[in-house]
Ligand binder design. Structure first.
Ligand SMILES: Nc1nc2c(ncn2[C@@H]2O[C@H](COP(=O)(O)OP(=O)(O)OP(=O)(O)O)[C@@H](O)[C@H]2O)c(=O)[nH]1
Ligand SMILES: [Mg+2]
Length: 364
């Protein structure tokens, strides 16, 4: 029995947008029955232009769908207008990502993080609802008065504060762990990269673990840390949540205690999927470096690792990497799945972390 909800996807007319939005839809249990494409999705009334919005209305009724997935962030008034026009639920990109996170979150921490992101989503829209209520229009409030709207807004604010407090405690806990690890003198390595780049595959290979690897988006939500043995010492390797483009800052904020590990890492391995077409590789690379700089990881700490080298020729990947806006010359080509290039990678990590130990040993 299929539990998939039937949905129409509204997105940009580019292959990578369509592909990624479909992956997100699949991960949140939606079956995309038709794709409506438009170059510009920021029109004030419906997100879409009004002609396209009418077309969407027609398709929704023809196909008998339960929802419209809108591949951009929408304001409450736009959601309200679209829902009124089409008669079905409107899920924007942020909401869709939140649905996936909510479905996948299994630890107490990731559940808190997802709840925080959900409330922040609601709060951003509640502000607009308050404004509209004051103007006498109340989309989405179905007759709530301005007073109740204020109460609602304040209630969300209180919940946000309470969750933040709980997350602070988790952060303190992590800080304690970090101090303990520091005392052990073990350097730390973090895996970073777009969702699906192969972080967990590499993590499993280096740590002999068996964490879930899958062809869908956001497979990993919980950070795992294990020790690895390198020629000149031991280090701790962490796998974590993947990045995605157009992720709003508050979501990064919500996952801060998870992502924060990266700011303390001695080395961050930025994994790229070398089999991506050039435009996609470029776009994902930029999304990753934006998040890394937002959370405060200096470029010098990053090592670019180009994964899935088994899927294309070295020349092909080198050409793609060469076109990236980066001045980092050091790129390692590996295949985590096939175990190709792993020795070169571990030697490089070793040199970065224990370079001086090696020199001392060679000198004596
Ligand atoms: N061909 C090929 N496939 C790979 C390689 N590394 C990983 N994959 C595949 O890529 C997909 C995603 O791998 P994961 O390790 O789950 O990726 P991830 O970066 O951890 O993804 P998230 O947890 O969603 O952020 C899986 O289907 C893997 O089997 C590789 O070197 N070659
Ligand atoms: Mg993973």
């Amino acid at each position: 029995m299929s539990l998939l909800k039937r949905a129409i996807l509204v997105t940009y007319p580019y292959q990578f947008n369509i592909h990624e939005a479909k992956e997100l839809a699949k991960a949140a249990d939606y079956e995309v029955v038709e794709v409506v494409k438009q170059r510009y999705l920021m029109h004030s009334k419906y997100g879409l232009g009004s002609g396209k919005a009418e077309e969407l209305k027609r398709i929704v009724s023809e196909k008998g769908c339960n929802a419209v997935l809108f591949d951009e962030s929408l304001k409450s008034v736009q959601i309200y207008n679209l829902a009124k026009l089409t008669g079905v639920e409107i899920i924007d990109r942020e909401k869709l990502i939140l649905e996936i996170f909510a479905k996948r979150a299994s630890s107490r921490e990731s559940k808190l993080q997802v709840r925080l992101a959900e409330l922040e989503y609601e709060m951003a829209r509640a502000k607009e609802k308050v404004r509209l209520a004051k103007l006498g229009e109340q989309p989405g409030f179905y007759g709530l008065g301005g007073y109740e709207v204020e109460v609602y807004y304040r209630a969300i604010k209180r919940m946000v504060a309470s969750i933040k407090e709980k997350l602070m405690k988790v952060r303190k806990h992590r800080a304690l762990y970090r101090q303990r690890r520091l005392k052990l003198g073990m350097p730390t390595i973090s895996l970073a990269g777009y969702t699906g780049a192969g972080k967990t595959t590499l993590f499993n290979l280096l740590t002999h673990e068996d964490k879930e690897v899958a062809d869908s988006v956001f497979t990993t939500l919980i950070t795992s840390t294990r020790s690895i043995t390198l020629p000149y010492g031991k280090a701790l390797l962490s796998d974590t949540v993947g990045f995605i483009s157009r992720l709003p800052t508050y979501m990064i904020e919500a996952f801060k205690s998870t992502l924060e590990e990266m700011t303390y890492a001695n080395l961050v391995l930025l994994l790229l999927d070398g089999s991506d077409p050039p435009a996609e590789l470029h776009r994902k690379y930029e999304s990753c470096t934006t998040v890394l700089s937002e959370i405060g990881v200096p470029v010098e700490k990053t090592l670019i690792v180009c994964n899935k080298s088994d899927l294309c020729s070295k020349e092909e990947i080198e050409e793609k990497i060469g076109a990236l806006p980066t001045n980092i010359s050091e790129v390692v080509f590996i295949s985590a799945k096939m175990g190709i290039g792993i020795k070169t990678l571990t030697d490089l990590i070793d040199a970065r972390l224990f370079g001086t130990r090696k020199l001392i040993k060679e000198a004596v």
